[in-house]
Each structure stands twice: as structure tokens, then as C-alpha cells.
Design a protein around this ligand. Structure first.
Ligand code: ADP
Ligand code: MG
Ligand code: ZN
Length: 414
């Protein structure tokens, strides 16, 4: 107990635990299987890094993105914690070196790319070590019902076969009940402790509105309340991020675009400038996502309908991480649905396509519905809450007039 607090403060430099963290740490220290559902930025990494340090020996972390693993190892080494990673990014000799460090008991955390678990010899190597627990980060990637399914995560079912007595701790930011059950099933977790944060973000003001012919004017009028404050504006296409950023600059808004077509240097530079408040607005595609860690984002705008509520909730969730009030605006029109349907239809016909249509339909219903926005999101994620009364457009403004468009939108879906 004391050791836990000591490491929290001395090694990580945090005064206290945040909500849910201590419970998760204790579960891992008690050798339980764990499933934790907590929003991005809430501090899930600490929940497994801290027990790794409290225990003798090492733990193994499976993570979907090489860049995320790399960032974590860099951050850990700044705290003086020995961690390494085994993935396609390392040369064979680097991998040998890391494996030797594991055998010598020199590492606290080993980060492993999921595809490594395909190989019998690598699994045998892991069996030869004394591993306290496995961590599955971004665990929703194991489920086809989630929004970021990764084929390689399917290998993870092997862990419980090869290591029946080693606990597994799975972490994710968003999981509906279906995805949650699927994760437990895929990983073979029969009686895990489940820690689920409440879905509602009560410091967010949520608003959705039809985008008229002059969507940019609607954006400008929204932005006028946020001078010199940080925000993200999401658009559907790369080209639109660039032209909209230029447009905003014309109105003296310090804006820059961000999308997957830019070089790594350009992207890093934009993110750095945003973190340091040298620019206020990032106009981005959904490529501006995982790993964004800025606490004072005051607004998030969607210039068109996101493709799922999962995406939408994650994207608006980047606002107000500091707990202070923040605002979100969703602008949408029936044409967005047409565009998403076109994109989905380009995928090979599959179960995935069917799920994608269903998720799009839920998103469109959310946008056009007259019910409390917070309540709708909570319901979607199987949480039950009262209407917010003061923090969404539907509660504050009541009935909207443009029901026609909503009928049109819903017709397009059927
Ligand atoms: P997640 O994986 O849930 O998205 P991270 O683990 O990346 O979140 O943590 C997000 C940020 O929160 C990090 O900058 C981290 O240092 C910070 N953080 C985590 N736990 C605490 C704490 N107890 N006190 C203060 N800051 C914390
Ligand atoms: Mg994380
Ligand atoms: Zn409401």
C-alpha cells in the first residue's frame, strides 16, 4: 500500500490517484483478471505501469500502434523505468538484446506487437520467463463489433491457452456492451473485475444542427465565442481541412490543417504548436486522434456527420479534459449520409458492411433526434442517466423546426 503511493509520487510525480485508478492497480496487485473501460486521457497506462513497478519481475504489454508503444517506452525511461519493445520496428539483433534483457530480469515492462503471438517460438520464449500479468491496451481492437478491429489481435486468445494462470488486464476507451462481451470472450476472461467509468461527460455542452448552404458561416459564428482558445474542427476530407484552415486564417483565426497525407514532420510540428498554444485551431480529419493529450481544448466541431457514435464520442471527448466547461458542435446534412454510404459500399461486402450501416444509422438518428444528447450517448453505451436539462441543445432549446430534413435523412438510410 505505502509502496504504491510512494511509487505514484516519487516515480510518476502524481500527488494522488485519479478516479478508478487505485481500484485497477489493486486488482492487478491481487492477481485478478481486469477489464477497464475509461475515456482516453483518463490515465489507463498508470493502472498497469504502477503495479509493474510494485511487483518483482516483469509484465508484458500488447499494443496496436508502434508509435504508441514507442512513446510509452520513451516516457518510462524518462522516469528511470526499464522497458523495451519487440515489433517489426526492431532489427533482429535489437530483438535478441531485448530478449536477453528479459532473461536477465533487467526489464519491468516488455511491449509486444500482437502479431508476435502467432509464432510458437516466441510464445515458448515468453513461457520461459516469469511474467506477472499481461496487458491488452486498446482492447476493443480484438472485436469485429468495435470500430478499430485488427486482425492481429485475434491471436490474443492464445494467451489464456499458453498462460492459464497469468492474469490479463484489458484496457479500452470505448466499448458498448456487445464489444465488452466480445472482448471478454475473445480473451477468455471468465470472471474479471470490470471497471467502467461513467459515460457522461458533464462538463461538455453538446449541440447538433443542420448544416446550411453556408456551413462555414455557422462555424464562424460558433467560433466567435472562443477567441484565442484551443479547439479542433473535424472535416471529412483532407482537401477540406486545408481549404477550411486557410479560410479561418482569413478571419484571423490561428488555424492549421492536419491529415494523414502530411509528412510525419509536418504533423508533429502542428501537434507541437497546438500543445504550446502557438496555434488555436487544428482543422483535421479523423487522423488527428489516438494519443492526443491536451487538457485545455475548449471546443470540438464536426463539419459533417461522423460515421459512428463511437468515433463521435471519442472526438468530442478530447474537449474539456481539464474538467472545465467545453463545447461541441455537430453540423450535418443529408449529403453526409450519402457520402458515408458510398464509402461503406466501396468495402467488400461482408458482416463488417452490415455493422457499418447500422452504426451510421445510429449516428444519424442521434443527430436528428430531439432527445437529450447526453442521455442518447449514455443509452448507446448501455448507461442510464437522467436528461441533462442544461447541457445540450435539445434540453435547452426544445423542439426544432427542421424536422423535414431529419425525415429526409432517415429516408436515405432505409
Ligand atoms: P489513457 O491511456 O487513459 O488515454 P494515459 O495513460 O495516456 O491515458 O494518461 C493521460 C495523461 O494523464 C498522462 O499525461 C498522464 O501523465 C496523466 N495522468 C495519469 N494518471 C495521473 C494522475 N494520477 N495524476 C495526474 N496525472 C495523471
Ligand atoms: Mg492509453
Ligand atoms: Zn440534454
Amino acid at each position: 500500500m505505502d509502496k504504491t503511493y510512494d511509487i505514484l509520487q516519487r516515480v510518476f510525480g502524481h500527488h494522488s490517484f485519479r478516479a478508478n485508478q487505485e481500484e485497477a492497480v489493486n486488482a492487478i496487485l491481487a492477481h485478478k483478471d481486469l477489464m477497464m473501460i475509461l475515456p482516453t486521457g483518463a490515465g489507463k497506462s498508470l493502472c498497469y505501469q504502477l503495479p509493474s513497478l510494485v511487483m518483482e519481475g516483469m509484465s508484458v504489454v500488447i499494443s496496436p500502434l508502434l508509435a504508441l508503444m514507442h512513446d510509452q517506452i520513451t516516457a518510462l525511461s524518462a522516469f528511470g523505468i526499464k522497458a523495451a519493445m519487440i515489433s517489426s520496428m526492431q532489427s533482429p539483433s535489437q530483438i535478441q538484446e531485448s530478449m536477453q534483457a528479459c532473461r536477465n530480469g533487467e526489464l519491468k515492462l516488455l511491449y509486444v506487437a500482437p502479431e508476435r503471438l502467432k509464432g510458437e517460438s516466441f510464445l515458448n520464449f515468453l513461457q520461459s520467463l516469469c511474467i506477472n500479468f499481461f496487458v491488452i491496451d486498446e482492447a476493443h481492437c480484438v472485436s469485429e463489433w468495435g470500430h478499430e478491429f485488427r486482425e492481429d489481435y485475434r491471436q490474443l486468445f492464445r494467451l489464456k491457452h499458453y498462460f492459464p494462470r497469468t492474469p490479463i488486464a484489458a484496457f479500452t476507451a470505448t466499448a458498448t456492451k456487445i464489444v465488452e462481451h466480445d472482448i471478454l470472450h475473445q480473451l477468455g476472461l471468465s470472471h474479471p473485475l470490470i471497471i467502467r467509468a461513467k459515460v457522461e461527460r458533464d462538463n461538455l455542452n453538446i449541440k447538433a444542427d443542420y448544416r446550411n448552404a453556408n456551413g462555414r458561416e455557422q462555424l464562424l459564428s460558433f467560433l466567435s465565442a472562443f477567441q484565442n482558445e484551443s479547439g479542433i474542427v473535424y472535416t471529412l476530407t483532407r482537401k477540406e481541412t486545408e481549404s477550411l484552415a486557410l479560410f479561418l486564417e482569413g478571419y484571423k483565426v490561428r488555424a492549421r490543417s492536419y491529415h494523414a497525407g502530411l509528412s510525419t514532420e509536418e504533423k508533429n510540428e502542428t501537434y507541437r504548436a497546438f500543445l504550446n498554444d502557438e496555434i488555436d485551431v487544428v482543422v483535421a480529419t479523423i487522423a488527428f486522434g489516438m494519443g492526443i493529450d491536451k487538457s485545455n481544448i475548449r471546443f470540438v466541431v464536426h463539419m459533417s456527420l461522423p460515421k459512428t457514435i463511437e468515433n463521435y464520442y471519442q472526438e468530442i471527448g478530447r474537449a474539456g479534459r481539464d474538467g472545465l466547461s467545453a463545447s461541441t458542435l455537430l453540423l450535418f446534412s443529408a449529403s453526409d449520409i450519402v457520402e458515408h454510404k458510398r464509402r461503406i459500399s466501396e468495402q467488400p461486402a461482408s458482416e463488417y458492411q452490415k455493422v457499418a450501416y447500422e452504426k451510421l444509422e445510429a449516428m444519424a438518428k442521434f443527430a436528428t433526434s430531439q432527445l437529450c444528447r447526453h442521455q442518447q450517448i449514455a443509452t448507446y453505451f448501455d448507461d442510464t442517466i437522467l436528461t441533462c436539462n442544461t447541457r445540450c441543445d435539445n434540453c435547452v432549446e426544445g423542439e426544432k423546426q427542421s424536422v423535414d430534413i431529419s425525415n429526409e435523412a432517415l429516408k436515405l438510410l432505409s
